[in-house]
Design a protein around this ligand. Sequence first.
Ligand code: 5GP
Ligand code: ZN
Length: 117
Amino acid sequence: MTDATANCLFCRIIRGEIPAKKVYEDEQVFAFEDIHPQAPTHVLIVPKKHFAGLKEAEAEDAELIGRCHLAAAKIARQRNIESGYRTVLNVGPGAGQSVFHLHVHLLGGRALSWPPG
Ligand code: 5GP
Ligand code: ZN
C-alpha cells in the first residue's frame, strides 16, 4: 500500500477502517453519506482506486470518473430526487476541496440555487 493510500481518509473508509454509512458499492465505486450534509441527500461517490482529484486524473481514469457519475444518477433515481439534483467536483483548495481522493458530491432533495458560492 502506498503512503497516500494508507493515510487517505476515503481509502480508509473504503477499507472499513473508518465507519461510514454506505449507500452503494460495486467493483470500482463506493458511495457513502457525507458526514456534514448540505442537503437532504448529500452522498459522496468515490472510485476505489486512489487518485487525488480531477487535476491529477489520467486518461485511464476516464471510465472511473464516468462510473462515479452514473452511480450518482442511480442513487438519485432511487431517492426520487430527479426533479433536480447536482453533482459536484470541488477541484483544488480554492474551490473547497479538502479531501484529496477524487469524489463526486451528489446533492439534492431541496431547491439548489445557481451559481453556487
Ligand atoms: P471536499 O470539501 O473535499 O469537496 O469534500 C469533502 C467532504 O467530505 C465534505 O463534504 C465533508 O463533509 C466530508 N467528510 C469529511 N470527513 C468525513 C468523514 O470522516 N466521513 C464522511 N462520511 N464524510 C466526511
Ligand atoms: Zn484515497
